[in-house]
Design a protein around this ligand. Structure first.
Ligand code: NAI
Length: 341
């Protein structure tokens, strides 16, 4: 079978990771086109990845008859519009999380995705494709933990990224810390429990970086969630992790509990020297989730080839966004928010 021809939009922090995977690490596809508003990024795609078509205008790229599929890694506020355009042009679509920032726009996008059942749509919740999360999921499904009662989630970005985050925060809307960081945790909570979130309350504080107040962003946020079956979850989201990139998940059930990456180690090496016993920490998302990003892109391409639907749907995007928006509202109003069905 012919290789699936892919065009990517966005070649920034994550776009480069996906582009390199599609060009080199994913079987059965060819990265043919790239779109970015930054000329140097397009030059890089041609010189380093062998991309044949480059575009500054996304609407032009999706019209290219060469392309079978579009990979969307642009800023979050563009996702809905770009998904809709690509679906209407007959392309298969992978979109990074979140699916969008506005509920009405997401519902419209979900409806348009539903109108093209022969085209694959997949959302980038890559943790579902990480070996450790997959192993934990198997244990949960096998009943090893009994009934899940509480899930505790940490998603904290390295403080090394703070300077550039503050600089660009005004220009590109992240959707706020719960949408930007905790959305993965919200998806995992729904994935592990198969339950929807019913009520949320959230708080937050800017201590080390008061400049975040001016751009309406949070350095550290926390949310308490109640699920439809009275299950509980705690979200800790941050942008000021001094030791690196800290993503940790704990599942507590009636028969046992488990932790994924309780200490976010880089690898299995311990260094013993004058500082004591030192375990290096994973430093960023491309490092921690390297395999997961390859696995999810491979799944997208395999779904196209095998005419199957991926597990992560537009509906998952809608439901997780509802919860993230409710967290934002709870923080801003200091009220307990109930999520309507
Ligand atoms: P970035 O700001 O580093 O890069 C954005 C890219 O989009 C740039 O190449 C820019 O030229 C391009 N772009 C911006 N406006 C455009 C337009 N109108 N038309 C075409 N291209 C345009 O952003 P980053 O950090 O790579 O994030 C991109 C997306 O990926 C976001 O939605 C973010 O939520 C998501 N993301 C997901 C992660 C995960 O863990 N799955 C991790 C990091 C980001």
């Amino acid at each position: 079978m012919e290789k699936i021809k892919v065009g990517i939009v966005g070649l920034g922090r994550l776009g480069k990771v996906h582009a390199e995977n599609l060009a080199e690490n994913v079987q059965g596809c060819e990265l043919v086109a790239a779109c970015s508003v930054v000329q140097e990024e397009l030059d890089y795609a041609v010189a380093t990845l062998g991309v044949k078509e480059t575009y500054k205008d996304y609407a032009e790229m999706v019209k290219s008859p060469t392309l079978d599929a579009i990979f969307i890694v642009s800023p979050s506020g563009f996702h809905c519009e770009q998904i809709q355009l690509a679906m209407k042009q007959g392309k298969h679509v992978f979109s990074e999380k979140p699916i969008g920032l506005d509920l009405a726009e997401i519902e419209e996008t979900q409806a348009i995705v539903g109108r093209y059942p022969d085209q694959v749509f997949m959302l980038g919740f890559m943790r579902r494709y990480d070996d450790s999360y997959l192993y934990a999921k198997q244990l949960v499904e096998a009943g090893e933990l009994g009934e899940l009662t509480l899930i505790r989630c940490y998603s904290i970005d390295p403080s090394s990224g703070m300077e550039s985050f503050v600089k660009f925060a005004g220009a590109s809307d992240s959707g706020g810390i719960f949408m930007d960081m905790s959305i993965h945790d919200i998806d995992l909570i729904r994935w592990f429990t198969k339950k929807e979130v019913h009520k949320v309350w959230a708080i937050g504080k800017n201590a080390a970086y008061p400049a975040l107040d001016k751009v309406g962003e949070l350095e550290t946020g926390m949310a308490m969630l109640q699920l439809e079956n009275q299950g509980m979850a705690l979200l800790v989201a941050g942008r000021n992790c001094q030791h690196g990139y800290h993503v940790e998940t704990e599942l507590i059930g009636t028969k046992g509990m488990l932790r994924i990456a309780a200490i976010p180690e880089k690898n299995l090496v311990s260094v013993m020297n004058e500082d004591g016993v030192v375990r290096a920490c994973s430093q960023d998302f491309p490092e921690r989730f390297r395999e997961a990003f390859v696995n999810e892109a491979q799944e997208f391409i395999s779904c196209i080839k095998e005419k199957r639907k991926p597990e992560v749907s537009a509906y998952d995007g809608l439901q997780s966004t509802k919860v993230a928006l409710a967290c934002k509202e709870a923080f801003e109003s200091n009220e307990l928010i109930t999520i309507e069905d």
